[in-house]
Design a protein around this ligand. Structure first.
Ligand SMILES: Nc1ncnc2c1ncn2[C@@H]1O[C@H](COP(=O)(O)OP(=O)(O)OP(=O)(O)O)[C@@H](O)[C@H]1O
Ligand SMILES: [Mg+2]
Length: 332
């Protein structure tokens, strides 16, 4: 990046800080490669790319100032409702805060998962009692091993052209993000459809890129509902939860669907009510060539857990349940 670019930015000529940072990253790549070569001997240079540390600090300060100027007086940022690429089915439930003057506040992490991290977010109208809690499921940029493998491949080949290296890295970043976004889109679509037909799933509030905002399942103090696997239900509770699960699976089957990754980890229980979560891979039993296999797997997983907790085997019989679901799907 040229000094001239930075000066133009600081005088307000270039408004888009992201494109400025892209330039900076481009400029950094050869410098980082040089630093790697010098690892064993000389000290690392104090400049990064063509930006001095001083200029970089100023840039960061300016960027923060811009962000602060635009920040709401309370909360972390203005509500992102107006920027949503997709919103939940209408009519939006009354608890969903749709006012654009609302603010969003991150209240911490609920759980980190294999592909996504789930955070607790509050959306509230300042100086009023109107607020709601949401679970923000943020899909990560996917498979980091893929990225390392690409880098290793390049190293082995001793590719000297850093431009090529950067292109590979960019492509793999780009690819990873795309995959994460596809999962987010798939899960939002599944939740929209399932919520609309009355299946017990969290209401999908909105999607932006790789982030879904969902109805938070838990208490008003931010305590998330436990997963089924964490519970030790007594006999009556177990029978009741089983009944709810069968009803939920029937609701899906009537639309030709099965969860696709059903387990006691992907079921939440809130005040006795069972909810299905983690639905990006919902399977169409009819059109998916492995539809039956997925249905059988879901059924076996559900039956095995309930039987392990004491439900009689003739109640949670995989064959009986699978046949019931296939019939409901019009395939029996
Ligand atoms: N709407 C919600 N309300 C409350 N907690 C939630 C909600 N959605 C997800 N969680 C919590 O976050 C965890 C991870 O969510 P989810 O299963 O959708 O993501 P994941 O990336 O597949 O995670 P994992 O790899 O653990 O299966 C859940 O087990 C649950 O504890
Ligand atoms: Mg999960």
């Amino acid at each position: 990046m040229r000094k001239r670019d930075i000066e133009r930015f600081l005088t307000g000529d270039v408004r888009d800080t992201d494109s400025l940072y892209e330039l900076a990253d481009e400029a950094d790549a050869p410098a980082q490669a040089r630093m790697r070569r010098n690892r064993d001997g000389e000290p690392a240079p104090r400049t990064r790319g063509r930006l001095t540390e001083e200029a970089r600090a100023r840039l960061v300060q300016e960027r923060e100032a811009i962000a602060v100027d635009d920040a709401p007086p309370q909360g972390d940022r203005w509500s992102s409702w107006g920027d949503a690429e997709e919103a939940g089915p209408r009519p939006h439930p009354s608890w969903v805060v749709t006012e654009l003057a609302a603010v969003d506040t991150d209240l911490g992490i609920i759980k980190t998962g294999k592909e996504a991290d789930v955070f607790l977010v509050e959306r509230a109208m300042p100086d009023s009692d109107r607020s709601c809690l949401m679970a923000a499921k943020r899909y990560r940029g996917g498979d980091h091993r893929l990225f390392h493998r690409d880098a290793g491949y390049l190293e082995g080949r001793r590719v000297r052209a850093t431009r090529e290296m950067r292109a590979m890295q960019r492509r793999s970043n780009f690819g990873r993000n795309l995959i994460a976004q596809r999962w987010a889109i798939a899960e939002f679509a599944a939740l929209r459809e399932l919520w609309a037909i009355g299946a017990p799933v969290p209401y999908p509030v909105q999607r932006i890129g790789t982030e879904l905002l969902l109805e938070f399942i838990g208490d008003a103090d931010g305590t998330a509902a436990p997963r089924l696997v964490q519970l030790r239900p007594d006999r009556d509770e177990l029978a009741d939860l089983w009944q709810q699960l069968i009803e939920a699976m029937v609701t899906l089957a009537r639309r030709g669907h099965t969860h696709g990754d059903l387990s006691a980890y992907n079921l939440l229980v809130h005040r006795g009510e069972l909810l299905l979560i983690d639905l990006p891979q919902v399977v169409d039993i009819v059109s998916n060539p492995r539809g039956h296999e997925f249905l059988q797997r879901d059924v076996h997983s559900a039956c095995a857990w309930f039987v392990s907790r004491g439900l009689p085997g003739d109640v949670a019989d995989p064959e009986v349940v699978a046949n019931l679901l296939l019939r409901e799907a019009g395939l029996g």
